[in-house]
Design a protein around this ligand. Structure first.
Ligand code: SF4
Length: 176
């Protein structure tokens, strides 16, 4: 359609997949980006939109780690809802240009950006339950409200999970 080099494929990434510097104190697992993700996306020619880091922007500092119960205030949820709405505006715009948004990629174990494994209780930050983080719930809801169907997948921050991460990206691409 555009008669040029573009692949027409795009993913939206949770901010810290490309920039671990925004993570809460003591939980950054990489020096910068997830290398395997950058390599995979570059090799496949998939364009990247970096989502904002909701916790950094809301708290205006690199905060201490927390669970969903501590973060889930009306103020933080409203903030995430606003960020989600803007991201979905952009997804909608890209889709209207006949580009394909093949996925929204989150970070498992984050109270804001998890897709399937979220820490629910401040009593145990390292116990994960099935569910999404607050920002990703709002993204999911904003997509539903606009009747847009975009797949989600979650990656792991630990570098020893790099193969799992690549496998999840491969699945996303194959099922796009
Ligand atoms: S998981 Fe989400 S909220 Fe946490 S550092 Fe990454 S982008 Fe920010």
């Amino acid at each position: 359609m555009y008669r040029d080099a573009r692949s027409g494929l795009i993913v939206f990434l949770a901010h810290c997949i490309l920039n671990q510097n925004t993570r809460a104190r003591g939980v950054a697992r990489r020096r910068g980006p997830f290398e395997e993700v950058v390599v995979f996306l570059a090799e496949k020619g998939i364009g990247v939109v970096q989502l904002p880091c909701p916790e950094l922007e809301f708290f205006q500092e690199i905060r201490v780690p927390s669970a969903k119960d501590a973060l889930d205030t009306p103020e933080y949820r409203a903030f995430c809802k606003e960020l989600a709405s803007r991201a979905v505006d952009l997804i909608n715009l890209l889709l209207k240009q006949k580009l394909r948004v093949i996925g929204i990629i989150g970070v498992e174990h984050s109270p804001s950006c998890a897709v399937t494994e979220v820490p629910l209780s401040s009593a145990d930050l390292y116990k994960y339950s099935e569910g999404m983080g607050i920002f990703f719930e709002e993204l999911s809801q904003a997509l539903r409200e606009r009747k847009l169907d975009v797949r989600f997948t979650g990656l792991y921050s630990a570098s020893n999970k790099a193969e799992t991460n690549v496998e999840r990206l491969r699945t996303l691409l194959e099922e796009a």
